[in-house]
Design a protein around this ligand. Sequence first.
Ligand SMILES: C[S@@+](CC[C@H](N)C(=O)[O-])C[C@H]1O[C@@H](n2cnc3c(N)ncnc32)[C@H](O)[C@@H]1O
Length: 325
Amino acid sequence: MEAVENDQSALENPPDPAPTPLQQPLSKSAQKKLLKQQRFEAKKAEKKALTKQQKRQDLERRRKEWEETLASVTEEERSKLIESRRSLRKERMEKRSEERGRKIERLTGARDWGQKIVIDLDFAHLMTPTEIHSLVQQIMYCYAVNGRCSSPCHLWLTGCEGEMGSQLQRLPGFDKWIIEKEDRSYIEALEDQKESLVYLTADAETVLEELDPKKIYIVGGLVDRNRWKGITMKKAKEQGIQTAKLPIGSYLKMSSSQVLTVNQVIEILLKFMETKDWKVSFFQVIPQRKRPEADSEGYQKVEGEEKEEKDDQLDSKKKCIEVPS
Ligand SMILES: C[S@@+](CC[C@H](N)C(=O)[O-])C[C@H]1O[C@@H](n2cnc3c(N)ncnc32)[C@H](O)[C@@H]1O
């Protein structure tokens, strides 16, 4: 998926602008960080261009091979080959359209019976355009993951206004997404269900043990490298709504903070809905490669290399180790 071709660290940590004469010069460590970031970006762009070129070459090679094959056979064999290719294509397209149909059914069904999860998009004013872009990519990823789930959640986007709204609108096919899009904030849109609202925040005291289908879980739509520390906790407190944190500490020892990215939180919730097992959910979503110690239970092989790569592109370089039981 093209959308995941973003490294979360890059997304969440755009290079600082060059200092103007009025600004303080960058400290040595900030300069080092900036240089590292720029090198990373350059490498990423190079890799992307290479992959694109490779794809083009592969396509061209296959086209040539096909033409050569056709040229080397009799008229009758050629017709057979063309016909067989046509029917293969048709089959593939039918399969895809069936899959799409099933996905639409699942997502439509989730509107009636799915676990409600809100992404609170009221923080655009606190993010840079790059961070907003990164958040939009994360939302796109969340939507795709939700669509693949056998029991998807009922996803809400609240506060889809301004820059946030226009960046979302630019996503291909966004208009057709089976998702609740709400310009108002969740507190207005879900006014009559205020008692059911639970803001998920790493700063909460309450630990989320189970998912209650009657509750509506809110995830803060923020990409901020925790620059706005405690902002969602403060917001929930002021609004008088419940808060809870994921039970990360009971299963993993993170080498950095327990603040996860939006897509990681949503994916963990989806995995938990499917498995009813926090440990499995954390281990499958928080990239194994980022853990300093290999876990002994083989979770690393669950979704293979491809998953590992996607995580690499979206996670925020969390490192974790399993808490010994
Ligand atoms: C990148 S974090 C934003 C951090 C932000 N400074 C804050 O105060 O929430 C994105 C969102 O994911 C959710 N989140 C991240 N880590 C979490 C955790 N350990 N437990 C519960 N929710 C978490 C929160 O809803 C959070 O707002």
